[in-house]
Design a protein around this ligand. Structure first.
Ligand code: R5P
Length: 291
């Protein structure tokens, strides 16, 4: 039985189709004051394994609260075999203490999820692998890169683009896609030219007259990508496209990226977005089948 929270209902339906599993019928709405309501309309036998699919991106608190409502109902139904698939797991950026006595939000979320009876968590490209260590239950951190690589292969005319990470932290994403597509990859690095001057440039290859696809896990404000596009254009890239796993896209991020000169911006459907054209349903379904 698959239950889709309101942040991930379309994705849940796709995963159910891939697995040939039943998609639970639910009722979800908001009260006039903004509070959420959730009802499970199907019978679920106590011994039935249940997969709850709910991303917890914006509005994070509401989606998180709705997730806890779903888990609470399952507890009331005495369902014990619960797997949570949260393709975008909110509050993951505060996974450690940067200043004294800060709340490690990702740890607080982990505690709540476990307290509410979840036996396994599955997510996609967690902000940091170390988030898995905040849980006492198995956490599977899946990669969306094979799905992104397949999308690039099918939709981009240049079959040998440079796959570029906007910083060292995203290098592994670029590397994984480039390996699948058998093409080049690189990342942008900051080089200090003098005590006052820093230059950002591609680490090892030249992008002059080449098509470049920038890849990152998250695009939030778009600042990182706009900066990368500026540098690539100055270095003579003939075309720049952008792909990401989680299209958070705060405010006018897409406009800013387009204005910087990107041909396209595409993300996966870990979050609902107008640019979410790459589905992670197969990635999730294949992993669930393998368990
Ligand atoms: C950073 O750790 C992430 O990989 C992204 O590069 C970052 O979240 C992008 O943020 P923004 O779009 O606000 O520059």
């Amino acid at each position: 039985m698959i239950i889709g929270g309101s942040a991930s209902q379309a994705l849940a339906a796709e995963v159910a189709r891939e697995l040939d599993d039943k998609l639970c019928s639910v009722e979800t709405r908001k009260f006039p004051d903004g509070e959420r309501y959730f009802r499970i309309k199907d019978e679920i036998p106590e011994d039935e394994p249940v997969i709850v699919i709910q991303s917890t991106g914006y509005p994070q608190d509401e989606n998180m609260m709705e997730l806890f409502f779903i888990l609470d109902i399952l507890g009331d139904m005495n369902v014990t075999d619960i797997t949570l698939v949260s393709p975008y797991l909110g509050y993951s950026r505060q996974e450690r203490r940067f200043k004294e006595v800060e709340c490690i939000s990702a740890k607080a979320i982990a505690k709540l999820i476990q307290t509410m009876g979840v036996k396994r968590v599955i997510s996609i490209n967690l902000h940091e692998q170390s988030i898995c260590d905040l849980y006492d239950i198995p956490v599977d951190n899946l990669s969306a890169m094979p799905a992104i690589a397949a999308y690039i292969r099918e939709n981009y005319s240049d079959k040998k683009p440079v796959i570029l990470a906007p910083d060292k932290g995203a290098e592994n994403f670029a590397k994984e896609i480039a390996r699948i597509l058998n093409t080049d990859y690189d990342y942008l690095e900051k080089v200090r030219l003098s005590p006052e001057k820093v230059k950002t440039k591609t680490k090892s290859i030249t992008v002059d007259n080449r098509s470049v696809i920038i890849v990152d896990d998250i695009i939030s404000t778009g600042g990182t990508i706009v900066n990368a596009i500026d540098i690539l254009k100055r270095q003579g890239a003939k075309a720049v496209d952008v792909v990401c796993v989680h299209p958070v896209l705060v405010n006018d991020a897409i406009l800013k990226i387009n204005a910087a000169g990107a041909n396209s911006v595409t993300g996966t459907n870990t979050l609902k977005s107008e640019v979410a054209h790459i589905s992670v349903a197969k990635t999730i379904a294949n992993h669930l089948k393998s368990l």
